[in-house]
Write a protein of this length. Structure first.
Length: 153
Protein backbone atom coordinates (compact mmCIF):
# COMPACT_ATOMS: atom_id res chain seq x y z
CA UNK A 1 0.00 0.00 0.00
CA UNK A 2 1.23 3.49 -0.84
CA UNK A 3 0.97 5.44 2.40
CA UNK A 4 0.79 9.18 2.56
CA UNK A 5 2.26 11.30 5.31
CA UNK A 6 -0.62 13.79 4.96
CA UNK A 7 -2.23 14.76 8.26
CA UNK A 8 -5.60 15.78 6.77
CA UNK A 9 -7.83 14.54 3.97
CA UNK A 10 -7.54 17.81 1.97
CA UNK A 11 -3.74 17.58 2.29
CA UNK A 12 -3.84 13.97 1.04
CA UNK A 13 -5.91 14.93 -1.99
CA UNK A 14 -3.83 18.03 -2.77
CA UNK A 15 -0.66 15.91 -2.86
CA UNK A 16 -2.06 13.75 -5.68
CA UNK A 17 -1.62 14.51 -9.37
CA UNK A 18 -4.58 16.57 -10.62
CA UNK A 19 -5.96 13.70 -12.72
CA UNK A 20 -6.04 11.44 -9.65
CA UNK A 21 -7.52 14.13 -7.38
CA UNK A 22 -10.76 14.09 -9.39
CA UNK A 23 -11.33 10.35 -8.90
CA UNK A 24 -10.44 10.46 -5.19
CA UNK A 25 -12.83 13.36 -4.68
CA UNK A 26 -15.57 11.37 -6.42
CA UNK A 27 -14.82 8.29 -4.32
CA UNK A 28 -14.81 10.39 -1.18
CA UNK A 29 -18.19 11.95 -1.97
CA UNK A 30 -19.57 8.52 -2.86
CA UNK A 31 -18.41 6.89 0.39
CA UNK A 32 -19.65 9.81 2.49
CA UNK A 33 -23.05 9.64 0.78
CA UNK A 34 -23.50 5.97 1.71
CA UNK A 35 -21.70 5.88 5.05
CA UNK A 36 -23.93 5.15 8.04
CA UNK A 37 -24.03 7.79 10.79
CA UNK A 38 -21.32 7.90 13.41
CA UNK A 39 -18.28 6.84 11.42
CA UNK A 40 -15.63 9.57 11.29
CA UNK A 41 -13.51 10.56 8.30
CA UNK A 42 -9.81 10.84 9.14
CA UNK A 43 -6.35 10.08 7.91
CA UNK A 44 -5.08 6.77 9.27
CA UNK A 45 -2.74 4.14 7.90
CA UNK A 46 -1.68 6.80 5.32
CA UNK A 47 -5.06 6.74 3.55
CA UNK A 48 -8.49 8.36 3.86
CA UNK A 49 -10.22 6.30 6.52
CA UNK A 50 -13.78 6.04 7.81
CA UNK A 51 -13.66 4.64 11.31
CA UNK A 52 -15.34 4.25 14.66
CA UNK A 53 -13.88 7.12 16.71
CA UNK A 54 -11.88 6.25 19.81
CA UNK A 55 -14.33 8.36 21.82
CA UNK A 56 -16.96 5.74 20.92
CA UNK A 57 -14.77 2.61 21.03
CA UNK A 58 -11.55 3.29 22.95
CA UNK A 59 -10.60 -0.35 23.60
CA UNK A 60 -9.55 -1.53 20.15
CA UNK A 61 -6.96 -4.28 19.74
CA UNK A 62 -4.31 -1.81 18.52
CA UNK A 63 -5.41 1.42 20.20
CA UNK A 64 -6.37 2.97 16.84
CA UNK A 65 -9.84 3.88 15.59
CA UNK A 66 -11.61 0.81 14.20
CA UNK A 67 -11.57 1.07 10.40
CA UNK A 68 -14.82 0.49 8.53
CA UNK A 69 -13.84 1.73 5.06
CA UNK A 70 -10.94 3.57 3.44
CA UNK A 71 -9.82 5.06 0.13
CA UNK A 72 -6.32 4.96 -1.30
CA UNK A 73 -4.85 6.31 -4.50
CA UNK A 74 -2.07 4.05 -5.71
CA UNK A 75 0.42 4.68 -8.50
CA UNK A 76 -1.89 3.54 -11.29
CA UNK A 77 -5.07 2.43 -9.51
CA UNK A 78 -7.35 3.06 -6.55
CA UNK A 79 -8.42 0.90 -3.66
CA UNK A 80 -11.55 1.02 -1.56
CA UNK A 81 -11.10 -0.91 1.66
CA UNK A 82 -14.38 -2.47 2.79
CA UNK A 83 -14.32 -4.18 6.15
CA UNK A 84 -17.98 -5.30 6.07
CA UNK A 85 -17.51 -7.97 3.36
CA UNK A 86 -14.08 -8.83 4.77
CA UNK A 87 -15.81 -10.01 7.94
CA UNK A 88 -18.88 -11.40 6.18
CA UNK A 89 -18.19 -14.06 3.52
CA UNK A 90 -21.88 -14.13 2.52
CA UNK A 91 -21.77 -10.42 1.71
CA UNK A 92 -18.56 -10.85 -0.29
CA UNK A 93 -20.20 -13.68 -2.25
CA UNK A 94 -23.24 -11.47 -2.89
CA UNK A 95 -20.92 -8.72 -4.15
CA UNK A 96 -19.24 -11.12 -6.57
CA UNK A 97 -22.61 -12.28 -7.89
CA UNK A 98 -23.83 -8.70 -8.32
CA UNK A 99 -20.64 -7.67 -10.10
CA UNK A 100 -21.05 -10.63 -12.47
CA UNK A 101 -24.70 -9.76 -13.17
CA UNK A 102 -23.54 -6.31 -14.26
CA UNK A 103 -20.72 -7.65 -16.41
CA UNK A 104 -18.02 -6.49 -14.01
CA UNK A 105 -15.13 -8.41 -12.49
CA UNK A 106 -14.75 -8.27 -8.72
CA UNK A 107 -11.07 -7.51 -8.16
CA UNK A 108 -10.96 -7.85 -4.40
CA UNK A 109 -8.49 -9.24 -1.91
CA UNK A 110 -9.48 -9.60 1.73
CA UNK A 111 -10.93 -6.13 2.15
CA UNK A 112 -9.31 -4.36 -0.81
CA UNK A 113 -11.54 -3.55 -3.78
CA UNK A 114 -9.17 -2.57 -6.60
CA UNK A 115 -10.17 -0.40 -9.54
CA UNK A 116 -8.54 1.66 -12.27
CA UNK A 117 -11.59 3.84 -12.83
CA UNK A 118 -15.08 4.23 -11.42
CA UNK A 119 -16.38 2.42 -14.50
CA UNK A 120 -14.77 -0.78 -13.19
CA UNK A 121 -17.30 -1.20 -10.39
CA UNK A 122 -21.10 -1.18 -10.07
CA UNK A 123 -21.50 1.80 -7.78
CA UNK A 124 -24.96 0.73 -6.61
CA UNK A 125 -23.53 -2.54 -5.25
CA UNK A 126 -20.60 -0.86 -3.51
CA UNK A 127 -22.94 1.79 -2.10
CA UNK A 128 -25.17 -0.90 -0.60
CA UNK A 129 -22.16 -2.57 1.00
CA UNK A 130 -20.94 0.70 2.52
CA UNK A 131 -24.44 1.49 3.82
CA UNK A 132 -25.01 -2.03 5.15
CA UNK A 133 -23.56 -1.90 8.66
CA UNK A 134 -24.64 0.76 11.15
CA UNK A 135 -21.87 1.69 13.57
CA UNK A 136 -23.49 0.07 16.62
CA UNK A 137 -23.82 -3.23 14.74
CA UNK A 138 -20.20 -2.99 13.56
CA UNK A 139 -19.00 -2.40 17.12
CA UNK A 140 -21.06 -5.36 18.35
CA UNK A 141 -19.62 -7.61 15.63
CA UNK A 142 -16.11 -6.40 16.49
CA UNK A 143 -16.58 -7.14 20.20
CA UNK A 144 -17.92 -10.62 19.44
CA UNK A 145 -14.95 -11.34 17.17
CA UNK A 146 -12.51 -10.28 19.90
CA UNK A 147 -14.00 -12.86 22.26
CA UNK A 148 -12.70 -15.54 19.90
CA UNK A 149 -9.07 -14.42 20.26
CA UNK A 150 -6.62 -15.65 22.88
CA UNK A 151 -6.81 -12.31 24.71
CA UNK A 152 -10.62 -12.34 24.60
CA UNK A 153 -11.00 -15.81 26.12
Amino acid sequence: MVRSTAKTVPEYIAALPVTRQRVVRQLRAFVRKHLPKGYKEMMDWGVITYAVPLTTLPDTYNGKPLCYAAIAAKKDSYTIYLMAPYGNPAQKKWMAEEFTKRGKRLNMGGSCLHLKSLDDIPLDVVGKVIASVPMDKYISHYRESRKKTAKGK
